[in-house]
Design a protein around this ligand. Sequence first.
Ligand SMILES: [Zn+2]
Length: 404
Amino acid sequence: MRKFTKLDLSSVTANNRRNVFNCILEANQINRSAIAEKVGLSIPSVMSITDDLIQKGIIYVAGKGESSGGKRPELLAVVPDRFFFIGVDVGRTSVRVVVMNNCREIIYKASKPTESVDPDQLIGLMAEMTLNSVAETKIPDNKIVGVGVAMPGLIERGTGRVLFSPNFGWSNIPLQDELKKRLPYKVLVENANRALLIGEIKNMQPKADSCIIGVNLAYGIGSAIVFPNGLYYGVSGTSGEIGHVIVENHGSYCSCGNYGCIESIASGEAIARQARTAIVNKIQTSIVEKCGGDLNKLEAKMVFDAAKEGDQLAMSIIKKAADYIGKGLAMAINMLDPEQIILCGGLTLNGDFFIDMIKKSVSKYQMRFAGGNVQIVVGKSGRYVTAIGGAWIVANNIDFLSDN
Ligand SMILES: [Zn+2]
């Protein structure tokens, strides 16, 4: 029988405090009665919460608003430098770090190449870049709420252990614990695709009964799903593995150990690999000149560039990739009827023609009448979006309003 637990008053208070804070954050400047109306609390409750937040230096009285008859009401605003959130994006080609202030403004950005995927060295680089970001911004340690690390692969929820990261060749690495040993801050490790989606949508929420899907088309392919009450993890925490849906029986070997996954055909790595194989098999293509004859330097971008110039081999590789990505998206649309699919990642930066091909493929495979209102859009938040998402995940998950 299902047991009903007693209402936890401390969590109700924390929740009210968070709602009031978020309301001020979103409004920029707002008075107490407007807050009460927006968050559905009484004016005395809002006054008690805002007095507490003012006393803790988290919000301040920024000025006076227009009078609606009586005294002019005080306008409240968030103190930007009261708290800071750090985000780290562990990419296959570079590690990026951002620092975000309490008004959710990015005040620091840095990037370094991922020279080694050896766990000890890479964890060392993450810690070093985090400490550098604090040193360069001169933020006192007690104002750092935490560090959100976006790591590709399957992450164990709660412990932040990397169960499996095919692109890094990692399995069972206690990333969160290792970083906690090296940093004097709270650390949260999250799957990179989930951080990417949060970085794109920030505090936007899907409509009721709907969801937003973020698809990362990059060195690998992954996705994340957000419902109105937050990120969807799944019962084992592994939701979103759209890149490892098998679309070709007896297809190419995939880094996950299966054959014929979408990722093994349509990821940046797979696009480059197919071009390399074709060149080895003496198929005529201008991609050879683009990599200066050195197949080790051949990247997916060169295949896209050649396709744009009319190279037949390049075009056939890109077409096939778009076709399979569309198949995967059509499946997701049929299953979930989302409000929006946001395409992100390096492959989306290669021009509209690729996105148009993907959209055509989706309409070819999507069930008639299913997902009639879905919008397929390209992410617009730039190269630091995943690191920004890491910082937002800290802001959304650590109760900094009560702790301090
Ligand atoms: Zn796979």
